[in-house]
Design a protein around this ligand. Sequence first.
Ligand SMILES: Nc1ncnc2c1ncn2[C@@H]1O[C@H](COP(=O)(O)OP(=O)(O)O)[C@@H](O)[C@H]1O
Ligand SMILES: O=P(O)(O)OC[C@H](O)CO
Length: 519
Amino acid sequence: MPLQRFQSMISRAWEHEMSRNVRGEAAVEQYILALDEGTTSCRAILVDGRGKTAAAAQQEFSQYFPQAGWVEHDADEIWRVQLQVMREAAAQIDGNGIAAIGITNQRETVVVWDAITGEPLHRAIVWQCRRTSAFCEQLKAEGWEAEVRSRTGLLLDPYFSGTKLKWLLDEVPGLRGKGERGEALFGTVDSWLIWKLTEGAVHATDVSNASRTMLFNIHSLEWDAHILSKLNIPEAMLPEVKPSTGIYGYTRLLHDDGSIEVPIAGVAGDQQAALFGQGCFDPGMAKNTYGTGCFLLKNTGSKPVQSEKGLLATIAWKHGDETTYALEGSVFTAGAVVQWLRDGLGLIANAAESQTIAASVADTQGVYFVPAFTGLGTPYWKPDARGMITGLTRGITSAHIVRAALESIAYQTADVLRAMSAESGIGLRELRIDGGAVVNDLLVQFQADLLGVTVIRPKTLETTALGAAFLAGLGIGFWSSLDELRALWELDATFTPQRDEEWRQSVYSGWLQAVGYQV
Ligand SMILES: Nc1ncnc2c1ncn2[C@@H]1O[C@H](COP(=O)(O)OP(=O)(O)O)[C@@H](O)[C@H]1O
Ligand SMILES: O=P(O)(O)OC[C@H](O)CO
C-alpha cells in the first residue's frame, strides 16, 4: 500500500479513537509531548494539533569544565531534570491527553552506563569537549580522514562521539570488558533518555543521532564495522538504530503513580529536529539554529552530498522507508558567548541585556571577537584554536565588547553560508532561523545585513521541540502528512538587509583577518 494512503488510514483510525474514550464519553484534547534536551537546559513542551505550544517547562543543568577545552555533563542530573520538566509540563493538562512523546537532544554527547544498575559509568563527554584532539590528529596522519568522510559523511574532529567513546573505553577501568559482554551500554543522550523512560527495556537511537557518532555508515544505515574495529569499540554496547518516526517503546513515568503508559514515537538530534520543525521538507530549504552553538542545515533530499568545503553530510531523518539527508555547517560557540559575557566577565546581568548594551554603541569601532573557546568548526575545523579579541584601542568600552560578541555569532554564520554557497554554486535567497538567541533583534538584523539575505523568524521559536513533536505525531498518525505539517508553520518577522555590499565586504574582511590569526 502506498505510504501516504497507509498514513491517512492510520490517521482516520486515530481520529476515530480520539473522538471517544472507553466509556463512550467525548475524549479530552490530545497533545504531543516533546522532550528537548539541549546543551544547557532540558525542556518539555506540549504541542496541540495546530502545532501551538499548550504548556512548557524548562530547567538548566550543571556544566563541568574539568580541564581547558574539556566539557562534561552529569547524565543522572540530565535525567532527573528532564523527568521533572516532563512531569511539570504534563501536570498542566489532563494526563490522558498525551498521545505520544517525541525526543530531541544535544547530539554527539556520549553517555556510558551499567546495563544492570542503570548507573552512568562516567560523566557524559559533551560534544564541545576537545579531549581527543591529539588522537584525531594521529588518525589524520594515518590517512583515516578520507575513510571517515566517505563512510560517515563527517570529518575527523573531536566533536563527534566515536573518539570520545574510545577515550572512555581506554580510560575507565573495566569498561571495555563490560562493553564486550553487553554489561555496559553506550548512547547519545536520546538513547539514555529512551532507556530511562522505558525503565531499561529499550536501548535504541534514531538514524539522525547515529549519523553524528562517526561510527555509522550513512549509506548502508548500519554501524560501520571498519571504523568500530579501528577504534576498538565493541558493537555489543551500541544501541539499535531505528527510523526517526515510529514507536520505540512506552513509558509509565509521566506521573509518579505509573498510571498512564505513553508511546515514545519520534526521535531526532536537535538540529535535524529543528530542520523538520521549520518545515524544511524539500531539497534546498535551510535553517540556522542559534543556541549554545549555531547549526545551519540544508535539506539535500534522498542523497548525501559530500562536501569539499568543510561541511558535513548528515542524515536529517528517516520517515517510513525514506531517508532524507542534509548538509550541515557547525559553529561551536554562539549563544555560549553571551553566557560567557554574563558568567565569565560579568558584563551583562542576563542574556537579554546583551541587546540593550550592544545597541548603546553604533558599531564595534573595529573590535572583533573570535569566540573559539572550544576550537572552530565549519569551515576551519581547528580543534585547538582559542578565543581572541582584536582591534582594542583606548576608546573601547564594555559595550563594544558585548556588541562584538553578538556580531561574532553572525560572522561565523556568514563563514558557513559562504562555504555552502561555494559548495553548490547557489546562494540562499532566504534563511529561516530559530533557537534561544534569535529573540535578539539586533543580532538578527545584523545577520541579515551581513549576509545580504532576508532572514525569516517563525512564530514558534521552539522549533526543535516542534520538530520532535511533528516526528512523534507522524509516528502515531496524529498528523498524517508533511503537507499537513507544512501548513502549521507561521511567520513572526522578516529582517531584510539594510546595508550595501561595500559595507558588507569591509566588515567581513575585518572578521576574516581576525579569525585568520587562529587558523
Ligand atoms: N536575548 C538574547 N540574546 C542573545 N543570546 C541569547 C538571548 N537569550 C538567550 N540567548 C542565548 O541562547 C542560548 C540558549 O538557547 P537554547 O536554544 O536554549 O540553547 P541550547 O539548546 O543549546 O541549550 C544561550 O546560549 C543564551 O546565551
Ligand atoms: O544544544 P544545542 O541546541 O546547542 O545543540 C547542540 C548540537 O546538537 C551539537 O551538535
